[in-house]
Design a binder for this molecule. Structure first.
Ligand SMILES: Nc1nc2c(ncn2[C@@H]2O[C@H](COP(=O)(O)OP(=O)(O)OP(=O)(O)O)[C@@H](O)[C@H]2O)c(=O)[nH]1
Ligand SMILES: [Mg+2]
Length: 357
């Protein structure tokens, strides 16, 4: 390094000097970024501190470029400590009782000595800024448990972005010692396919009256489930629920199972009366043991990681494409020409991807 008298010497702390000269008004917009000690944060997350876990999640959710780099460094640091949980996806139509189920089921798991993290994928949140877990009221008791961690859905972004954040949050929770991860998603649209792609076990909550339900429900969702729970099997509804379970069993029989060599189960349960939830847990345990034994557990996780990698490549390509200066205008221009019949779609694609474009 040149000595201080040399003309080549660069005064350190240039940024601080600049900051000092900035007007208060400007400083408001250009907040100085505090460096994070990634190794220390990784250790803190592993102690199980919820505060540090939340800080780590916020870092990974950030769209700031520096945060992104640090977030990925943190994830890399923690990666060897992930993967040891059971990842469970829970879906069902709005009002099926998913949040209530998670509250009761979560408390039961904690009583049995588990640490439970609850995450959400909420396709509506990116549109209206809300979140299915925004109304934490139904998980009030669970959220007070020291061994529970509840994280509402990332509030903004594309489905792909929300997906990425949920997956990374799940890994952070595992590093923090949560051995059961519950992911809630509304059974409409694409989000359940996304959740299926990141969990070991997928639970579908349905209501009584399978006849109507089955007609309205997409066969596709049924084929994602490892177990169907006929929920709210309480009070006057018990008999009906039993009948519905029988109907589902028949129906499931003819469907393609979601997991090879596992017959998709149908059970009845009530979160209000805490009935049947122990049976759900037994089923998950049996599923886990069977899948570990026959290799399906690791196979599925490896496949999921590969799919994830592929999805990220596509994401990256799309971002890079539209991120190229002028590309969006070019696309609009071609769009107009296609509609006017001046060019075919295939020609437009060829033009768009010409190296000089
Ligand atoms: N009878 C009965 N009602 C229940 C049970 N579980 C939930 N409910 C009721 O069903 C309604 C919906 O419950 P939620 O837990 O909010 O359902 P959800 O599936 O999370 O709903 P969204 O998040 O809006 O998709 C509420 O009025 C609950 O009180 C149950 O076990 N028995
Ligand atoms: Mg809910």
């Amino acid at each position: 390094m040149p000595d201080k008298e040399s003309a080549l010497f660069v005064q350190p702390g240039v940024k601080a000097v600049h900051d000092g000269m900035e007007s208060t008004k400007r400083r408001k917009f250009k907040k100085k970024r505090k460096e994070i000690n990634i190794k220390q944060l990784a250790l803190d997350v592993q102690t199980g501190s919820k505060l540090h876990l939340a800080k780590a999640i916020t870092l990974l959710e950030s769209s700031n470029l520096d945060d992104k780099v640090e977030g990925q460094a943190l994830l890399k640091e923690l990666l060897p400590h992930t993967g040891k949980s059971i990842r469970i996806g829970i879906t069902g139509v709005p009002g099926a009782g998913k949040s209530t189920f998670i509250e009761t089921f979560g408390k039961m798991l904690i009583e049995k000595g588990h640490k439970v993290a609850v995450l959400a994928i909420d396709p509506s949140s990116s549109i209206n800024g809300g979140s299915i877990l925004g109304d934490k009221t139904r998980m009030e008791e669970l959220s007070r448990e020291p061994k529970a961690f509840i994280r509402p859905s990332p509030a903004a972004g594309t489905l792909g972005g929300v997906h990425k954040k949920t997956r990374e949050t799940m890994l952070l929770c595992e590093a923090a010692g949560y051995d059961i991860i519950l992911i809630e998603t509304v059974g409409v649209g694409q989000s359940e396919t996304i959740v299926r792609g990141m969990v070991d076990f997928f639970l579908l909550l349905v209501l009584t009256g399978a006849g109507d339900e089955l007609q309205g429900m997409k066969k596709g969702i049924m084929e994602l489930a490892d177990t169907v729970v006929v929920h709210k099997a309480d009070g006057d509804n018990v008999r009906n629920a039993k009948k519905t379970v029988a109907e589902y069993k028949q129906f499931l029989h003819v469907l393609q199972p979601a997991t090879p060599n596992w017959t998709t189960k149908a059970l009845a349960a009530s979160s209000y009366e805490n009935k049947g939830l122990d049976k759900v847990l037994e089923t998950i345990e049996a599923f886990r043991l069977q899948c570990i034994e026959n290799g399906e557990w690791d196979h599925r996780r490896n496949e999921q990681t590969k799919e994830w990698f592929k999805a990220m490549i596509l994401d990256h390509l799309v971002d890079a494409f539209y991120g190229t200066p002028g590309k969006k205008d070019q696309v609009s221009q071609f769009e107009r020409e296609i509609l006017q019949g001046g060019i075919t779609v295939a020609q437009a694609i060829e033009e768009l991807f010409k190296p000089e474009n």
